[in-house]
Design a binder for this molecule. Structure first.
Ligand SMILES: Cc1cc2nc3c(=O)[nH]c(=O)nc-3n(C[C@H](O)[C@H](O)[C@H](O)COP(=O)(O)OP(=O)(O)OC[C@H]3O[C@@H](n4cnc5c(N)ncnc54)[C@H](O)[C@@H]3O)c2cc1C
Length: 432
């Protein structure tokens, strides 16, 4: 049984299809989400169906794979059962027995212990949230167009992105392109190009996982696009009307803003802590459970945990955190499947080893940074590599073609076709 149809879980099931046993894939969504591109949904560059792919479609021809739409609520490791709860009011499935279990529940954004900030600063990790952010950003321009008070208009036109990692950099760059380029002729009372886009980072540089020279290049590219990076500026307060940051002099500064996007710090799925509790495996501050060198839980060789929710024990016994990246989860998914297949033939498999294929982040149209096995690239060449890699890993041939076509037209026309504000309760059409 596999829990989670994200990068790790999907890869494991793909390697187990047509195996001489049944595989049940449980996910609380009916689709695999390509998270590296959800920020493009949030800024109208891509539509939801282009970055998500139905799990049933992926495995429709694999008779040994059963897909279940349900949320895993608990594990009975001694009884070899997984407990489920219903999703969206669907019937509640009973517990599912397993011989071998792979748990790949991923991670979610953490708000540094300030859960109350969540309601004011949306993230772009889930598709639902990305769609909310898209409506919020576009509605901010609409509100500014209707606003007569200059201060309130300025707050509407101020966009704050918290977190200077790849997602924060990509998100800030996209909002800048939207304001400076795509929307520039669309309004009459406001000039979208005057919008302020602030990228707030607590440390002294952006893209901490990249070499400092690439951080500097990304910073320069962002400035050219019209983004203002604010380094050494930890967020100390956040509410509906704006964000408060700490400054170098030990003071704080309030920035009025109606749109705040959270792209800072993640915490593992709660399933990791539960597995830690049940097996005595160490759980770190980020909620990741420590697995053995073969990705199984201590005392439970039949239970694997992979992806964003784990740290892996090395030969020295110390649990190491690998980068929270799709290739890590995918390699672990493949490895778990390989161990399971090898066990059928009574063969051993060497401990898991992560093969680092490098780091990529895009800044804007035709601009990216890449650190590939020590080769440091930036600008157009890095962006072309970024495009090829993302198209390659996107699930579904049709999606690849559609996304490639979209990007081509977006590149040439500077447009974004999916600029829709979708509200839960549309006011239009209601009687006056
Ligand atoms: C905005 C953003 C941009 C990113 N960009 C990049 C990038 O450019 N390159 C890169 O390499 N990485 C990127 N990442 C990181 C990458 O997406 C993750 O490292 C990767 O998704 C981890 O894979 P996973 O299988 O551990 O978890 P996920 O892919 O998150 O999958 C977890 C799955 O488990 C399901 N699930 C969770 N809880 C339950 C439950 N209780 N019951 C049932 N199902 C459950 C979820 O619905 C989901 O399908 C990005 C992440 C984000 C959020």
């Amino acid at each position: 049984m596999v829990v989670g149809g994200g990068f790790g879980g999907l890869e494991a099931v793909k390697r187990l299809k047509r195996a001489p046993f049944e595989v049940t894939l449980v996910d609380c969504r009916n689709f695999h989400l390509f998270q590296p591109l959800t920020y493009q949904v949030a800024t109208g560059g891509l539509s939801p169906g282009e970055v998500a792919f139905p799990l049933r479609t992926i495995f429709k021809r694999d008779g040994n794979v059963r897909v279940m739409l349900a949320a895993v609520s608990d594990f009975d490791l001694d009884g070899h059962e997984v407990q489920l709860r219903s999703v969206d009011g669907l019937p509640t499935p009973g517990p599912i027995p397993y011989d071998t279990l792979i748990v790949a529940g991923g991670s979610e954004y953490a708000y540094f212990g300030h859960d109350e900030w969540r309601q004011h600063a949306a993230e772009v990790k889930s598709l639902e949230s990305a769609l909310g952010v898209r409506s919020h950003i576009l509605a901010a321009f609409e509100a500014a167009e209707l606003e007569s008070d200059p201060q309130r208009r300025e707050a509407q036109m101020t966009f704050v992105v918290v977190g200077g990692g790849p997602t924060g950099v990509e998100m800030a760059g996209q909002i800048a392109e939207l304001a400076r380029d795509t929307l520039r002729h669309d309004f009459r009372a406001i000039d979208p190009r005057t919008g302020r886009i602030l990228l707030i980072e607590a440390t002294d540089r952006l893209l901490q996982a990249f070499p400092p020279s690439l951080s500097k290049k990304a910073m320069r590219s962002l400035r050219r696009l019209g983004v203002t990076p604010l380094l050494n500026s930890p967020v100390v307060g956040l509410d509906d009307g704006g964000v408060t940051i700490g400054t170098n002099e030990g003071k704080s500064e309030r920035i009025p803003a109606r749109t705040i996007i959270w792209a800072a710090g993640v915490t593992a799925s709660p399933l990791a802590a539960r597995l830690g509790e049940l097996t005595g495996a160490e759980v770190d501050k980020a909620g990741r459970v420590a697995v053995e060198m073969d990705l199984t839980l201590p005392g439970h060789p039949e239970v694997f945990a992979i992806g964003d929710m784990v740290r892996v024990r090395g030969a020295d016994g110390v649990a190491q955190a690998l980068p929270g990246l799709a290739p890590v989860a995918m390699q672990q998914g493949r490895y778990a499947a390989k161990v399971i297949r090898a066990r059928l033939r009574d063969r051993d498999v060497k401990p898991f080893r992560y093969r680092d294929k490098g780091n990529l982040a895009t800044v804007g149209r035709g601009s990216a940074v890449a650190d590939i096995s020590g080769l440091r690239l930036s600008g157009l060449i890095a962006w072309v590599i970024w495009v090829v890699v993302h198209l390659w890993y996107l699930v579904g041939f049709q999606n690849r073609i559609i996304v490639f076509t979209r990007w081509f037209f977006n590149f040439v026309t500077h447009g974004r076709g999916a600029r829709l504000i979708t509200m839960q309760e549309p006011e239009a059409g209601r009687g006056a």
